[in-house]
Design a protein around this ligand. Structure first.
Ligand code: SF4
Length: 214
C-alpha cells in the first residue's frame, strides 16, 4: 500500500533566508488560534514554537473549518473515504448529528488553498487526524463513538492543497520537521530519536509497517 501522500523530499524544499524566509502554511490551531470545534486551540498552540521562532522561517496560519463552517461547530468527519474522495464526490463530511457539512468543508478548503497560493507558501504543516487538515491519519467515520476507528488518509483541505502541488507535513512528523529546523539553524545538534507519524509505534501497530511501501 502507498502512504496517503509521498513523504516530503527535503532536497526539493528550498532553504529560507532572513530576507526570503521559508513560508509555511500552518493550521491555525497550531498557532494558538481558538478555532477548534469547541472554540479552543485544543492545547496545540505553541507546539511548533521553536520552528516559527527562527528568523528565516515564517508561519502563514489558516483554519479551513472556521472559514467554512464557523466556530464553535459540530465535529466534522469523513464518511466513505478520505479528503480526495470528498473532492471527487465519492465521500461526504458529516457531523456527529448527521448534518452534511460537505459543501462548507469544500468551501473552507478552497479558501485555504487560495490563501496559500496568494501567500506563496513553500510547504504546509497541518494538524493530523482532522477531517480538514489531516495528512497521514483521519477518523474512519464519526470519532465521537465508543469504538472510533481510524483510516490512513488525508483531510479535505489537505487533499486540495496537495493537488495544487504544495507538499504537506503532519505536525506529528517530528523527524522531518526537525530536519527542516536544522537546515535553518546550524547550531542544532543531530538527533536520531525522532520519527514521523507513520513511523510511530501507534501507527505501526494500528496500520502495520508501511515504511517500505512508499
Ligand atoms: S480545521 Fe485545521 S486549523 Fe482548523 S481547528 Fe481543525 S485542525 Fe485546526
Amino acid at each position: 500500500m502507498l502512504l496517503p501522500h509521498s513523504p516530503l523530499a527535503l532536497k526539493d524544499l528550498r532553504t529560507g533566508t532572513v530576507n526570503d524566509p521559508l513560508r509555511i502554511l500552518v493550521s491555525g490551531c497550531i498557532m494558538g488560534w481558538p478555532v477548534t470545534t469547541d472554540g479552543t486551540d485544543a492545547g496545540l498552540g505553541g507546539s511548533l514554537q521553536a520552528l516559527f521562532a527562527l528568523p528565516n522561517v515564517v508561519a502563514v496560519p489558516f483554519c479551513p473549518e472556521d472559514t467554512g463552517i464557523g466556530t464553535p461547530r459540530g465535529m466534522p468527519d469523513i464518511h466513505g473515504g478520505d479528503g480526495f474522495d470528498v473532492l471527487d464526490g465519492r465521500a461526504r463530511v458529516l457531523d456527529q448529528h448527521g448534518n452534511d457539512l460537505t459543501e462548507m468543508m469544500m468551501y473552507g478548503a478552497s479558501k485555504m488553498l487560495e490563501f496559500a497560493l496568494e501567500q506563496r507558501v513553500d510547504v504546509a504543516v497541518l494538524t493530523d487526524m482532522s477531517a480538514a487538515c489531516g495528512s497521514q491519519v483521519i477518523s474512519d467515520g464519526c470519532r465521537l463513538v465508543p469504538d472510533r476507528t481510524y483510516q490512513r488518509g488525508v483531510g479535505v483541505a489537505t487533499a486540495m492543497v496537495l493537488r495544487a502541488g504544495i507538499p504537506v507535513l503532519s505536525a506529528r512528523d517530528y523527524k522531518t520537521l526537525y530536519a527542516i529546523m536544522r537546515r535553518h539553524n546550524d547550531a542544532l545538534p543531530h538527533r536520531d530519536d525522532l520519527r514521523d507519524h507513520h513511523e510511530t509505534d501507534w501507527y505501526v501497530s494500528y496500520f502495520g509497517d508501511t515504511s517500505s511501501s512508499t
